[in-house]
Design a binder for this molecule. Structure first.
Ligand SMILES: C[S@@+](CC[C@H](N)C(=O)[O-])C[C@H]1O[C@@H](n2cnc3c(N)ncnc32)[C@H](O)[C@@H]1O
Length: 384
């Protein structure tokens, strides 16, 4: 961790438009009383403000690092010890990425913004600082996280509209917005977002899939209620929006029809390759058992595994109605022929009826995204 103060952090990461906000918003206030640090054997371990010197806590807050604040629903300040290796359910994204996203979204004075994923409230505070609280609405799914963010924002002197509920429903009461920015990733763009952003406005959101490939999309909404744009040239990872999280499945190996493979499964250790593969098998989960890749399709129960052979090459086993590895190999070959572009070589078009990712240009090769209905809960409660 590089020790910096807020001014040094702002100088390191701030663009002209966001430098003053980074200098003046006290990130330490948004981290609460504790964060988690990942320990190689114990998993996530709480690190408490009370057990550190004020200088060390400040240095932690001013580091350009992501700090997890909630793991599997347990806030760091409530953890009595290590909580294992589960996935973070809330974090304060590293400020450098927060600022890059705000820049990508093109947010500036005069914009009315809807943020999905208030989290600690730090990014909300940066926007309030620059645009004024009246211009900012932010939605957070988790009640405990939302309550913390509200308290921190109030302490810092900001009063945006804060909503606790499912951000995939947006916040109709404040629409239309000029900019929508999501800090959690979605499998497909929720229809409410399209309706709540004005024509000419933009949606900036991490797009994810169940193979864990993530890319940041920047879309412009048109007068017909269609949005389109490209994935940006940035490598991002964001936690998945809670209603879009995958279910859990066990992987079984060695079932079904066997054939020789053409593609090294180790390619799927690469983030862009994962992003590409999940376009072909949008309901599939993956896992590694040593150097064997296992795929399980939630929609059909189909399974595949691919392993290196001692004599060279690979063996593929496929079981069920969908030949998962056939589809993955095909899309990886299309990507390979195009020169293996980064996610920014792809774009996304969203209409009220259909959403698809395209390669190169909108009428290039395309893959439909899964249509996911918004979560059943969906009850929204305004907290301010
Ligand atoms: C990476 S954190 C947000 C970081 C935050 N912007 C900050 O600066 O601290 C992602 C947040 O999205 C929230 N989230 C997940 N699914 C959501 C949903 N459907 N609606 C609203 N918030 C959601 C999580 O609870 C988490 O707090």
């Amino acid at each position: 961790m590089v020790r910096m103060n807020r001014h040094e952090l702002a100088a390191a990461i701030g663009s002209a438009g966001w430098r003053t906000a980074v200098e003046e918003v006290p990130r330490e206030e948004f981290l609460g009383e504790a964060v988690y640090r990942l320990h190689p054997e114990q998993g996530w371990v709480p690190v408490r403000r009370a057990e550190m010197s004020p200088d060390d806590w400040l240095a932690l807050a001013c580091a350009d690092e992501t700090w997890a604040t909630q793991i599997d629903g347990v806030l760091a300040e409530d953890a009595t010890g290590p909580v294992g290796f589960a996935r973070p359910t809330c974090s304060s994204t590293h400020p450098g990425l927060v600022v890059r996203m705000l820049e990508t979204a093109g947010i500036g004075e005069g914009d009315r913004v809807l943020e999905i994923g208030t989290g600690t409230g730090y990014s909300t505070a940066l926007m309030c600082h620059r645009l004024g609280s009246h211009a900012v609405t932010s939605v957070e799914y988790d009640p405990a996280v939302a309550a913390h963010a509200r308290a921190a924002l109030t302490r810092a002197g900001h009063a945006p509209t804060l909503v606790q509920g499912d951000g995939l429903l947006g916040h109709e009461a404040g629409a239309p917005y000029d900019r929508l920015i999501a800090t959690c990733a979605v499998r497909s763009v929720p229809p409410a977002w399209l309706r709540q952003v004005r024509p000419g406005g933009t949606i900036t959101t991490p797009m994810c899939g169940w193979l864990d490939g993530v890319a940041l999309a920047h879309l412009t909404v048109d007068a017909e209620g269609t949005a389109s744009g490209r994935f940006v040239d940035d490598d991002v990872y964001f936690m998945t929006a809670r209603p879009h999280l995958p279910p859990h499945r066990e992987h079984r190996l060695g079932h079904g029809h066997s054939r020789a493979g053409r593609t090294d499964p180790a390619l799927l250790r690469d983030d862009t390759a994962l992003f590409v593969a999940q376009l072909a098998v949008p309901h599939a989960l993956h896992g590694w058992i040593d150097d064997t890749l296992a795929l399980h399709d939630v929609a059909t129960g189909s399974e595949a595994d691919v392993r290196p052979c001692p004599e060279g090459g690979w063996t593929v086993n496929q079981h069920g109605p969908v030949r998962l590895w056939d589809l993955v190999e095909h899309v990886l070959e299309v990507w390979d022929r195009a020169g293996r572009p980064h996610q920014s070589g792809f774009g996304l078009t969203v209409t009220p009826d259909r959403q698809y990712v395209w390669l190169g240009v909108p009428d290039g090769p395309r893959w439909d995204l899964p249509q996911q209905t918004v979560s059943g809960g969906g009850i929204m409660r305004s907290v301010r």
